[in-house]
Design a binder for this molecule. Structure first.
Ligand SMILES: [Zn+2]
Ligand SMILES: [Zn+2]
Length: 249
């Protein structure tokens, strides 16, 4: 086989690909948030909206509350032992709220890429500062099978896949949600405490000793805690919690 034999199909393929790229980019594409036209197909957010996403400079590594200066923990977390680092991009506020809703309820999958990109900045910031080690594996918080069938996808998994691509970390689905529990937001604090008891199951051993659990929103932390307890019950492992945003409660 000679190079010549392959030069024609390859160049044709490239030309066809370029042509499709031009057609795709010449179609109107609108920013997910402000709906202004964007120049390229992959501009899910326009440059202005992307630059305006909330990103507090310093957050506590234990509870993700905003801090006035660069330090690892807030006063409260300094005095309590946090066994899991919590990494978020920002609080659950406009327009992050709208991006998450757009993903979950309007199936706007490109929002997952934007949310993952936003969180990846915080992850890289913490790795550069030496606050966290890069995990070897990302595990999305699973949805119960019924809820996933109803929604058609697991938003945490989509975010994890984008994060994995951005950071070069594999994604695994070792866990399942075996209990169809009511949403935490519909329960009082007493009900929330027991709502997730034995909600998860670890299907196979996790072949890593440092992982990050991925979810869209962190509220009370009950979901992350229950899932990490399920994993830690079977194996000794370092677990970080990665969520796009933390709810102000
Ligand atoms: Zn915009
Ligand atoms: Zn804290």
């Amino acid at each position: 086989m000679t190079d010549k034999k392959y030069s024609l199909p390859l160049s044709l393929l490239k030309k066809t690909n370029d042509a499709f790229g031009h057609i795709r980019n010449s179609l109107p594409h609108r920013c997910i948030l402000c709906h202004q036209q964007t120049p390229f197909f992959k501009n899910y957010l326009c440059a202005t909206c992307r630059a305006d996403l909330p990103y507090p400079e310093f957050l506590c590594l234990g509870c993700a509350t905003e801090l006035p200066n660069e330090t690892k923990f807030c006063g409260h977390c300094l005095t309590t032992l946090n066994s899991h680092s919590l990494i978020t991009a920002c609080d659950y506020q406009t327009p992050i709220k709208e991006l998450i809703s757009s993903l979950k309820y309007k199936k706007n999958y490109s929002a997952a890429a934007e949310l993952a990109l936003h969180l990846s900045h915080r992850v890289c910031q913490y790795i550069d500062l030496g606050y966290i080690e890069q995990p070897q594996l990302l595990i999305p918080v699973p949805l119960h099978r019924y809820r996933q069938i109803k929604r058609g996808f697991n938003q945490a998994e989509l975010i994890a896949l984008h994060l994995g691509r951005l950071l070069g970390i594999p994604v695994a689905n070792n866990c399942t949600r075996v209990l169809a529990t009511p949403a935490q937001s519909h329960l009082n604090s007493q009900q929330r405490r027991h709502n997730l008891d034995r909600a998860f199951k670890l299907n196979s051993p996790i072949l890593a000793n440092n992982i990050a659990l991925i979810d869209d929103v962190y509220t009370t932390g009950a979901t992350m805690r229950e899932l990490s307890q399920t994993i830690e019950h079977s194996q000794k492992i370092t677990i970080q919690y990665w969520c796009i945003a933390r709810t102000l409660i």
